[in-house]
Structure formats: C-alpha cells, structure tokens
Ligand binder design. Structure first.
Ligand SMILES: Nc1ncnc2c1ncn2[C@@H]1O[C@H](COP(=O)(O)OP(=O)(O)OP(=O)(O)O)[C@@H](O)[C@H]1O
Ligand SMILES: [Mg+2]
Length: 548
C-alpha cells in the first residue's frame, strides 16, 4: 500500500546504475525488449522492502556489490550486498537519521510494520504474468489463507495463539487452585475432627475437686496431727514422771525402814549410846504415816499412770487416723494434679486444632476467591477465544469482505468483459462427500462451461485475474484504512483482444486517478492506447525517458 517515489538500482539484475522517478498518481508506461530489465524494477521494490523477489531468485550480480534503494513519501529503504555477499538493510524516515537495529531481522520486522508484508503487497499491488492466476488457481483453502492475510485477519491468528496460551496457563492455575482448595477442605475436616475428639476426651475426664479445699483440709489435719503428737509426747513424759515419783516414795520408805532398824537395835552404831524409846516410837509412827501416805500416793500414781496410758493409746489412734487422712489427701492432690494435666492436654489439643481450623478457613477463603477470579478469567478467555476463533468475528469479517470482493470484482468484470462473465466467492466449499469445509470457493459464471476458471479461455482468465486484482487491492486498502499505493501491472494484456485491451486500459485510467499505475510491457504501441504521465523505455539496463 506504499507509494513508491523513486527506484535506484546499482548492479541489480540487468541494471548497472538506474534511477527512476515515479509520480503519486497517473499511468507510467515502462517498455523495453524481453530481458531488458522492466520487471527488474518491480523486483527492485520487492528486494528493497522485503529482501525477496517475485521470481524467487537472487537479483544481485555475482561477485559484485549492489544496492536497491526505494524512496516513498515517508521512507528511504536501502538493501545492499557487498562484494563478499554480505547483505544489509537500512531504512530511515527523513529527516531522522537511520535507526540502528539490533539485527536485520529486527530492522525487517519494524519496516514491515510500515510497508506491510511481502505477500499482501504481491497480491494487492502487483499484477505480474507469473503471479496473475495465483489467487484464481489456488486451492480453496489457500485462497482463504491469502484473503485472511490480505484483509489483515491473519492477525487474529497471533492473538488466538496468545489467547490459547493464556487459556492453558489459566487452566493450569484453576487446576492448582482446585487442588489447593481440596487439600484445605481436607485440612478443615481433619481439624474439626481433632477438635471433636479432644472435646470428647475432655468430657470423659472427671471434673477435679478444687485443690484449694483439699489443701486447706490437709493443712488442718497436719496441724491436728502435730498437736496430737505433742499431746502424746506430753502424756508419755507424764507417765515417765509418775513412774519415777513411785520409785521416790519407795526409796523414802526404804530409808525410813533403815532408820527404824537402826533405832530398834537401840544403840547408836556410831557412838554406842542407847536410843531413847520415845524417839524409836516417834520414828515408828512416822514410818507408819509414811507407809499410809506411800500407799495412798502409789495408788493415785498407778491410777494416773493407767489414765495416761489410756490417753496415750487414744492419742496414738488419733495420730494414726490423721496420718491416714493426710496420706489420702496427698493421694487426692496427686490424682487431681494428673487429671488437671490430662484436661490441660485435651484443652491444648482443642486450642491447637481450632487455630489450625481458623487458619485453614482463612486460606480456604483466599483460595476460593482466587479460584473464582481464575474461573471468571477463564470464562472471559474462552469468550475471547471464541471471538478470535474460526467461527467468531473473523468468519464474519471474511464473509463480509468476500461479498465486497465479489461485488467489486463483478463491477470490474462488467467493464472489462461485459455482463456475461460473473464471479461467485463463497466462504465455504461444498465437499464431494457432503457437508462444507471452511475454504473459499470461486465459481465462474459465463465461461468454462460450468467447469470453472481453468476451463475459461486465456483472455477470459486474464479478465477475471485483472478484475480480481483490482477488487482485492480495493478491499485490502479499505480493510487497512490506507490508500492504494503504487500498482505494478507487468504484462497484463497478454491474451486480450482489442475490446479487452480497450476495456482494461479504461479501467487502468480510472484506477490511476487515485494511485500511480506502472504498466510494464514489451509493446511500445501501448503508449498510444494509454493516457500516460510518463513513458520510460529500457534498453540494455539503461532507462531512457521518452515522455514526462
Ligand atoms: N541475478 C542476476 N544477475 C544478472 N542478471 C540477472 C539476474 N537475474 C535476472 N537477470 C537478468 O536480468 C534481465 C532483466 O530481467 P527482467 O525480468 O527485468 O526482464 P524484462 O525486461 O522484464 O523482460 P520480459 O519482457 O521478458 O519480461 C534478464 O536478462 C535476466 O536474465
Ligand atoms: Mg518482465
């Protein structure tokens, strides 16, 4: 869709050094003998912009450095080759300096964003004898691909590929989140079960008595025990004391007896004098009294000792009972401690399980949120995939464009072949086995006896090709929202009779009102038929301007 303003070729095919200026609109005729270098001009454009040729061979002269430079209203593009065969591309948008690209591939990609692809240019801006029947002779499937590219629908493929990759990534994400959600749900169930189990175990534990009560009772019992032991010690000491009092009385009686015996012997053992009777009597009375007193004291003592012994026995029994009670309380305290430990263990288990549950719940909510978002994203991506897919918007666009191309081609055919010849383009192909496939079928009415394009005559085929080229060029320009650019018509008049020639010439004149049409032919007499703005004649690779 690019308007070429000049071509400069250096050591390029048959051209040693050629420079050609071209207009924005109007017909330019390029004539010359076979092999003089006419088609080389078109190859110059293909080489400069895309590094390719229509004929698929190298345009450079063996072992020579060469250049193909093309200027448009926006760009200057130069493709070169060194003597050693090293190729390079440089392009710039004047007045800016040539940009430095990382690689030729990157430079080429950037350039194609401006000038479009080689294939689209070839199908919409070039009519060459080699390429003329490219569309018409293509298979229905190829035709669909060509049209998609011409219309820019092929861009949907890249978007669709990206979308499908996104769908795959999102599906992976959904799967991962679903697995996470299942794991968390199992963790929630397990934590709930652990809480239940620990609560059941806790319920089985007896409620322990308040330790404070037991401890107070034990303290009281211990105090009683201590008091009992003290009383026991006192009573035992009393018995001791009473026992020794009894022996004191006995000693006193023994002493009194001894004194009596001494007195009864009537003389003092020491001085030998006789003991007075009164004194002996007195002593005897005293001894009797002492005996009476001793008997009374001994009786009382024995009674007290007996009482005390009874008391000792009671106190011992009390102490034993108290010891038993204290031991029981100690055991109760120890049992209660164990029970408390077990209860604390169950309660800790409940707490831990509940914390796990709460965390799992939070995680599960987060995962559920992410999962819901991923599913929404998935649904959106699937919707986009459908729109980008074969049956979505692209099918609609193709269908509409197809009827546009058909209408435009038939309008051109009306002019160059009369009303008898018509084309039908359908966005599907009927299969022999029944049903349809998504491929563009081309049917020809009014030629070929119902056997299609191939059965039509050479002149009819050429008319159909020209009409289709014009239609494709129009639709492609409209689809891309750009002006048509330079149209290259290389030997399109072969096989046309005078009527056909006149009709095509009139059509070219119409087309050339909006764009430059470069008509290449080895027939110089066309100059008389076509209203040209310039006529170049090429001989031996040199351009001679015949009219400007
Ligand atoms: N790599 C190349 N090096 C040198 N010459 C080449 C190279 N490739 C092609 N040629 C020659 O360049 C010449 C110009 O070819 P071109 O196709 O431009 O001829 P033309 O003027 O269109 O002829 P015709 O009227 O037969 O279509 C031809 O003689 C061709 O053999
Ligand atoms: Mg040629």
């Amino acid at each position: 869709m690019t308007t070429v303003r000049s071509i400069s070729l250096v050591e390029f095919m048959s051209h040693e050094r050629t420079h050609l200026e071209l207009p924005n609109t109007g017909i330019v005729l390029v004539t010359g003998e076979n092999g003089s270098g006419k088609s080389a001009l078109v190859e110059g454009v293909a080489t400069a912009f895309w590094g390719e040729t229509l004929r698929g061979t190298l345009p450079w002269r063996a072992g020579m450095p060469g250049d193909a430079q093309v200027e448009t209203d926006e760009l200057v593009v130069t493709r070169s080759i060194t003597k050693g065969g090293k190729k390079s591309l440089s392009w710039t948008r004047p007045p800016a300096n040539a940009e430095e690209w990382e690689s030729t591939t990157k430079a080429q990609e950037a350039l194609e964003r401006v000038v479009g692809s080689f294939d689209v240019w070839r199908r919409c801006s070039v009519f060459s004898s080699q390429d003329a029947a490219h569309f018409t002779l293509a298979t229905d499937g190829e035709r669909k691909r060509m049209l998609e590219e011409i219309l820019g629908i092929d861009r949907f493929d890249a978007a669709l590929t990206r979308c499908r990759a996104d769908v795959a990534v999102n599906n992976g994400k959904v799967g991962k989140l679903e697995r996470e959600a299942a794991t968390l749900s199992a963790a929630l169930d397990a934590a709930a079960q652990r809480t239940k189990d620990a609560a059941a175990a806790l319920a089985l534990e007896p409620e322990p008595q308040p330790v404070v009560d037991i401890e107070a009772r034990r303290a009281r019992a211990a105090a009683s025990y201590k008091a009992t032991r003290a009383a026991l010690a006192d009573t035992e000491a009393l018995i001791e004391q009473l026992s020794s009092t009894g022996s004191d009385i006995a000693a006193e009686i023994r002493a009194a007896k001894a004194r009596m015996e001494k007195l009864e012997r009537a003389r003092c053992g020491e001085c030998g004098q006789a003991i007075p009777v009164e004194l002996v009597e007195e002593q005897r009375k005293a001894l009797v009294e002492l005996r009476i007193r001793a008997d009374a004291g001994t009786e009382m003592n024995a009674a007290m000792i007996a009482d005390s012994r009874e008391r000792v026995a009671e106190l011992r029994a009390d102490a034993d009972e108290l010891r038993t009670r204290i031991a029981e309380m100690d055991s109760a305290l120890s049992i209660s401690g164990e029970a408390r430990k077990r209860r604390a263990h169950h309660q800790a288990a409940i707490g831990a399980a509940q914390r796990t549950w709460t965390q799992a719940r939070l995680d599960a909510e987060k995962v559920a949120g992410n999962l819901a978002a991923a599913k929404v994203e998935g649904a959106n991506l699937e919707a986009v995939e459908k729109v980008l897919g074969l049956r979505g918007v692209r099918a609609m666009l193709l269908g509409r464009s197809l009827s546009g191309i058909e209408d435009a081609a038939n309008a051109w055919l009306d002019r160059i072949a009369g009303e008898g010849l018509r084309l039908h383009l359908k966005p599907y192909t009927e299969k022999k086995t029944g049903g349809t496939s998504e491929a563009i079928s081309l049917e020809v009415e009014g030629a070929g006896g119902g056997y299609g394009y191939r059965a039509a005559s050479a002149g009819q085929r050429r008319r159909i090709d020209v009409a289709l080229l014009f239609a494709l060029a129009e639709v492609a320009a409209a689809a891309r929202g750009v002006a048509g650019g330079t149209l290259w018509i290389d030997e399109c008049f072969d096989g046309l009779d005078d009527d056909g020639l006149g009709a095509v010439a009139a059509c070219l004149e119409d087309v050339a009102r909006d764009r430059a049409v470069i008509v290449i032919s080895h027939r110089p007499e066309l100059a008389r038929l076509l209203p040209t703005v310039a006529h170049y004649d090429i001989a031996d690779g040199r351009v001679c301007t015949l009219q400007h």
